[in-house]
Design a binder for this molecule. Structure first.
Ligand code: TYD
Length: 137
């Protein structure tokens, strides 16, 4: 697997109930390198759907597969790699300036995204060539 600088899987602390009542995971500010200003989530995604297809100028995101699984292609303009997210205690940190595409959503998949800022369409590159130009590539 190629590694893309600063894109990484972060382990989310997991508490396993000693009485067998399930698991609990918690994201506190100290496990991710930004303050959370927004949380959104994708759900009811058809299995043949494709999401993402953009990069952000400044936004940092932490993506968690709360339920089910999906794949995330991350691309810094030079290298790309595809990462399967399928454990609710492992999230993907996506720094600014990374193109991403998500597909292969399993039935019932829920993708939560913790974001470093409010929604701003101006922060998006939705055109891959514009993204490459911005990266001087
Ligand atoms: P988009 O970020 O393109 O979704 P994805 O990357 O999952 O395919 O957003 C889809 C639409 O939702 C787009 O019209 C913008 C809107 N949107 C908001 O209004 N607020 C938000 O916080 C987000 C993430 C999207």
């Amino acid at each position: 697997m190629n590694t893309i600088k600063d894109v990484k899987i972060i382990d989310i602390p997991k508490i396993i109930d000693p009485k067998g009542r399930g698991k609990l995971s918690v994201v506190e500010k100290n496990i991710i390198p930004f303050d959370i200003k927004r949380v959104y989530y994708l759900y009811d995604v058809p299995s043949d759907a494709y999401r993402g297809g953009h990069a952000h100028k400044n936004l940092i995101q932490f993506m968690i597969p709360l339920s089910g699984s999906f794949e995330v292609l991350v691309d810094d303009g030079t290298n790309k790699t595809k990462i399967m997210l399928n454990k609710p205690h492992k999230g993907l940190l996506i720094p600014k300036g990374i193109w991403r595409e998500m597909d292969n959503f399993s039935s019932g998949a829920v993708c939560a995204v913790l974001a470093s800022d409010y929604f701003d369409e101006e922060d998006y590159f939705r055109d891959y060539n514009e993204f490459k130009k911005f990266k001087n590539l």
